[in-house]
Design a protein around this ligand. Structure first.
Ligand code: ADP
Length: 225
C-alpha cells in the first residue's frame, strides 16, 4: 500500500519558533511521544560537515582552500568569499540546496516506512518559506516574549543580551509566526514540566487533525515507500 495516500497516512506538522522559544524542547517531546522529527537545520549542516554529500562538489567548484583539514566546509573562508563575490553564494546554494532537498525527502520516506502518526518538520525558516508552508498539513508555533528569549539564550549559550537581540532582530517577528499558526504553545509563564504537559495535551488535537487529512494526498510528495 502506498503510505502517501493511505487512510492512515501521518499528519505532517510544521514546527517553528524564534531562538530560545522552546522549539527544540517541544520537538524532543514530540519525538518521545512517537513522532518522527526532521530537523532542517541539522540536515543543512550535515551536507557541509566532514564527509557531507556536498563536500566533493564544493571542493571541485571552490578548491581545497574552502575545505578544512577535517573535510568540512570552511565557513569563515566562505563568508569572506561571499562578501567579496556575490556570485559565490549562488554557486554554493546551487550545490547545497538540492542535496538538502534529497536528504529531507529521504528522511521523510524513512518516517513514512515506519508508519509513524506524526512527522514533525522542525524548520526555523518556516515563516520565510512559502515552499515549506505548502508542504505541511498544520503548523505549530512555540511563542514567547523577546525578553524571555534573551534570558533563555543567555543562560544557555553565554551570549550577551545585545548579541541575542541582534539574532532576534533578523528572525521573523512573533506576529509573522502567529499569523501562520494553526496551534500556538505560549511558552512564557510556563515551567519546563508545564511545557512538556502542554505538548502532551496537544496529542489529541494532532490525532484529530490526522483523522481529518486521512486519505488526502501528502502535501509533501516524496515518492512511494
Ligand atoms: P529553541 O530551540 O527555540 O532555541 P530550546 O528548546 O533549546 O529553544 O530552549 C531554550 C532554552 O530554554 C533551553 O535551555 C531550554 O531548556 C530552556 N527552556 C525552554 N522552555 C523553558 C521553560 N518553559 N522554562 C524554563 N526553561 C525553558
Amino acid at each position: 500500500m502506498n503510505t502517501a495516500t493511505s487512510p492512515d497516512r501521518p499528519l505532517l506538522l510544521g514546527l517553528t519558533g524564534g531562538i530560545g522559544s522552546g522549539k527544540s524542547t517541544v520537538a524532543s517531546r514530540l519525538a518521545a511521544l512517537g513522532a518522527a522529527v526532521i530537523d532542517a537545520d541539522a540536515i543543512a549542516r550535515s551536507v557541509t560537515a566532514p564527509g557531507g554529500s556536498a563536500m566533493p562538489a564544493i571542493r571541485a567548484a571552490f578548491g581545497d582552500a574552502f575545505v578544512t583539514p577535517e573535510g568540512a566546509l570552511d565557513r569563515d573562508r566562505m563568508r569572506q568569499q561571499v562578501f567579496s563575490d556575490p556570485d559565490a553564494k549562488q554557486r554554493l546554494e546551487a550545490i547545497v540546496h538540492p542535496l538538502v532537498g534529497e536528504e529531507t525527502a529521504r528522511q521523510t520516506r524513512a518516517a513514512l516506512a515506519r508508519h509513524v502518526s506524526v512527522i514533525v518538520f522542525d524548520v526555523p525558516l518556516l515563516v520565510e518559506s512559502k515552499h515549506w508552508q505548502a508542504r505541511v498539513d498544520r503548523i505549530l508555533v512555540v511563542d514567547c516574549l523577546p525578553d524571555t528569549q534573551v534570558q533563555r539564550v543567555m543562560a544557555r549559550s553565554g551570549l550577551t543580551a545585545d548579541a541575542v537581540q541582534r539574532i532576534i532582530a533578523v528572525q521573523a517577528t512573533r506576529e509573522q509566526r502567529l499569523a501562520i499558526a494553526d496551534w500556538v504553545i505560549d511558552n512564557d509563564a510556563l515551567s519546563l514540566p508545564e511545557l512538556i504537559s502542554q505538548v502532551d495535551a496537544l496529542q489529541a488535537r494532532l490525532q484529530q487533525a490526522r483523522a481529518a487529512v486521512a486519505g488526502s494526498p501528502l502535501p509533501y510528495p516524496v515518492g512511494g515507500v
